[in-house]
Design a protein. Structure first.
Length: 130
């Protein structure tokens, strides 16, 4: 890996992680529960989480069909669980995935975490030293 790529990766990592490292509140995307059909028409809104909350994305399924999504902030203790959500007379099995850096709940799946980004940054810094 070239030095320029390593510097780019390190800079990107710092831009993503700096608010968390400075103990500022996270900025996350917010959207109310919405069906998959309406998801394309709803614009995500940026919100600032209260202290000690992280970003999440909820995915609700009806049988084997992914039917709902929701984004926002929640307490870390409530993350990574499954709950039943009643909406318009139907019950959806909803799973909540959390992440702890700003704007991390924008994608279709929230899977990376702080440790993954930290390891990536350390490896990039080691490559720069070579």
């Amino acid at each position: 890996m070239s030095r320029q790529k390593a510097v780019l990766i390190s800079t990107l990592w710092l831009n993503l992680m700096l608010p968390s490292l400075l103990c500022e509140n996270l900025r996350c995307f917010y959207s109310p529960y919405q069906t998959q059909e309406k998801q394309a028409t709803f614009k995500l809104v940026v919100t600032e989480c209260p202290p000690k909350e992280v970003c999440y994305k909820a995915q609700g399924s009806f049988g084997t069909h992914n039917a709902l999504t929701q984004r926002g902030c929640m307490l870390l203790e409530k993350c990574n669980h499954v709950a039943k959500v009643r909406l318009r007379g139907a019950i959806y099995n909803t799973s909540y995935s959390c992440c702890d850096w700003s704007y991390c709940n924008s994608s279709t799946g929230v899977t990376a975490d702080f440790i993954t980004l930290f390891i990536t940054a350390v490896l990039a810094l080691k490559l720069m030293a070579l």
